[in-house]
Design a protein around this ligand. Structure first.
Ligand SMILES: Cc1cc2nc3c(=O)[nH]c(=O)nc-3n(C[C@H](O)[C@H](O)[C@H](O)COP(=O)(O)OP(=O)(O)OC[C@H]3O[C@@H](n4cnc5c(N)ncnc54)[C@H](O)[C@@H]3O)c2cc1C
Length: 299
């Protein structure tokens, strides 16, 4: 198997690296300190096609492959892990299910603005009593006429405090278990009965908001249903698979930044009259880090 990137992939990586080093890295600490959503960076990354890397060009994406997406995400996350996760959620947790299961109309209306980087998307699955056991979700969607009436609270939703659109997992029939789960596309800025709840205080990745989403008799047009009833759980599982690729890439970017900083410091820090990088014990550690990172990136 050939793991070598194509010329196009290398070109995109170089472009994203240059952009991230010049524009994201220098403000990353400030973003983290102030918990500020990097609005201007999101818009610029959108202009570069990075908010919908694998989304077809007809829906304002870059129409590229997943390896390119991962390479770009590693570079962004190397400069700022918060920016990395925001980009990841737009591309995967939100972008993937809408692209894979949405109708032509839904994609034009709800995917293009996110893939084009004009607004953010999020995916709301987790609830206080449904984490790993996602099929136990309680958020209820009752079809009444041409709308779903949604009641429930979602927790830990990345970008939930700033996103315009959300793919929301809910159940039409709690007794049906996973078969009752559907996914609805919700316009969070135009839905009465919706509000952002608590925004979590985290220990890191602070420019990425992690929020509670509260739905109280929120009205969602029935035409916003993704796919058909009964498919929701499968859609959710494939969306989460896409999300894991993004979070894996984010972790590789964070690791790459740690390695580069450690290497630079080891060359600069002098003890016992020599840079500590000349000591074999330090070299072993750096070599192990580099090996594990290479292995992780190749996955
Ligand atoms: C920063 C952040 C961002 C997030 N963003 C989103 C988002 O955008 N959208 C969204 O829907 N959710 C999001 N989540 C929620 C995330 O998906 C959940 O935290 C995750 O599903 C785990 O659920 P939980 O935290 O309730 O842990 P629990 O399910 O309560 O698990 C607790 C522990 O038990 C372990 N465990 C659980 N079941 C088993 C088992 N069967 N066998 C062995 N061990 C088990 C788990 O591995 C874990 O260590 C986010 C979470 C965080 C922290």
């Amino acid at each position: 198997m050939n793991f070598a990137p194509t010329e196009e992939q290398k070109m995109v990586r170089e472009m994203v690296r240059k952009y991230s080093e010049a524009n994201i890295g220098p403000v990353a600490a400030e973003l983290d300190r102030t918990h500020r959503h990097p609005e201007e960076i999101c818009r610029e990354l959108g202009g570069m096609g990075l908010m919908g890397v694998a989304v077809p060009a007809e829906y304002d994406g870059a129409g590229m492959d997943n390896v390119t997406y991962v390479m770009a995400l590693i570079e962004i996350s190397k400069a700022c892990a918060s920016c990395g996760v925001i980009v990841s959620v737009n591309n995967s947790l939100y972008g993937y299910p809408v692209n894979a299961f949405g109708t032509e109309e839904q994609k034009k209306k709800f995917l293009a603005p996110v893939a084009g980087g004009k607004v953010e998307g999020c995916y709301a699955l987790t609830e206080s009593s449904a984490g790993s056991d996602a099929a136990a979700l309680k958020c209820r969607a009752e079809l009444k006429g041409d709308r779903y009436i949604v009641n429930g609270v979602k927790t830990f939703i990345t970008s939930g405090n700033i996103a315009r659109y959300c793919v929301l997992a809910a159940t039409t029939d709690p007794a049906a278990g996973y078969r009752g789960i559907i996914n609805l596309i919700v316009d969070l800025k135009e839905t009465s009965g919706f509000k952002v709840g608590k925004v979590e205080e985290k220990m890191g990745i602070l420019a990425s908001g992690t929020a509670e989403l509260v739905f109280e008799d929120a009205e969602v047009p029935a035409e916003n249903l993704l796919g058909t009833p009964g498919q929701g759980f499968r859609q959710m599982l494939s969306g989460l698979d896409a999300g894991r690729i993004g979070i894996g890439a984010q972790a590789c970017g964070i690791g790459r930044a740690a390695l580069e900083d450690a290497l630079a410091y080891a060359k600069e820090r002098v003890q016992f009259g020599k840079p500590i990088a000349t000591f074999q014990a330090i070299q072993f550690k750096l070599a192990d880090m580099a090996t594990e990172l290479d292995a992780a990136e190749l996955m």
